[in-house]
Ligand binder design. Structure first.
Ligand SMILES: Nc1ncnc2c1ncn2[C@@H]1O[C@H](COP(=O)(O)OP(=O)(O)OP(=O)(O)O)[C@@H](O)[C@H]1O
Length: 255
């Protein structure tokens, strides 16, 4: 019984990935334990999206093994355990004629099936997660009327409604104002602390993100660092210099 609980949520062992001739990921050994909140850091083109696609089963590893919840990817079927919040173009939803309630309920498709009617318990769950992200007042409003920060919370609610155990977020703060970013990370922290959610986030905003996560993984084709946010903070200059080279000056300026 206990062993089951100690299984890593995600485990990559000696993983390589290449697009035709181009090696994008090289010998990645990486694991995520239950309750981890890990931030993935790396320059443009360093393989972050590719890594996520490998975890989501969208791309096969060229070499090495990927395991999810203790099972090899090829045997893993329980995709409702994984919630994914894709990168949003915050302005793109302007004309989309769906309400918050409808968008969040669409997150149940994988569980309930596309043509089945939602039952009372599902409606209740939708309202519960909308409340969780603080948007109850907006429940029946069209998402086109929301701010970037509110929209981001709608997409998180859509991922949460199926009750995932692992939440993967790709650049979730792009187009979100500064104040909402703080609220957004507060929400993630509470999901970790109150629900024991395991989370993985990719963000270019290294300075902000690394203040909230408990682990950091630095990727630039290889994994340059994989450890606690505390250790990252102490070796931060050296690690980033190694990965970003001269462009680090720009980053340092930014924050
Ligand atoms: N379908 C593809 N075919 C060939 N090369 C690709 C393909 N997709 C991505 N690449 C290349 O693989 C490398 C890694 O890309 P990836 O999108 O994983 O990086 P990333 O770290 O997510 O970048 P960004 O921060 O810009 O989103 C890049 O050099 C990219 O040009």
């Amino acid at each position: 019984m206990k062993a089951k609980h100690e299984d890593a949520v995600v485990k990559l062992t000696s993983v390589f990935f290449q697009y035709e001739e181009k090696v994008v990921l090289e010998n990645i050994n990486f694991s995520l334990e239950r309750g981890d909140f890990v931030g993935i850091v790396g320059p443009n083109g360093s393989g972050k999206s590719t890594l996520m696609k490998l975890l989501l089963g969208l791309l096969p590893a060229t070499k090495g093994t990927v395991e999810l919840f203790g099972q090899p990817l090829s045997k893993f079927r329980d995709w409702s355990k994984i919630g994914y919040v894709a990168q949003q173009v915050a302005h793109g939803a302007g004309g989309f004629p769906a309400t918050v309630r409808e968008v969040v309920a669409s997150g149940l498709v994988g569980k309930v099936g596309l043509f089945r009617r939602l039952q009372g318990k599902h409606h209740q769950k939708v309202e519960e997660v909308v409340e969780r992200v603080g948007l109850t007042e907006k429940l029946d409003q069209r998402i086109g009327n929301l701010s970037g920060g509110q929209l981001q919370r709608v997409f998180i609610a859509r991922a949460l409604v199926a009750e995932p155990e692992l939440l993967i977020l790709d650049e979730p703060t792009v187009g979100v104002d500064q104040e909402s970013i703080e609220q957004f990370y507060e929400l993630l922290r509470s999901l970790k602390e109150e629900n024991g959610m395991t989370m993985m986030i990719v963000s270019h905003d290294v300075g902000v993100m690394t203040q909230w996560v408990n682990k950091v993984a630095c990727l630039q084709r290889k994994l340059h660092f994989h450890g606690s946010a505390h250790d990252f903070a102490h070796n931060h200059d050296k690690i980033l210099q190694q990965m970003y080279g001269d462009s680090i000056k720009m980053l340092a300026h930014h924050h």
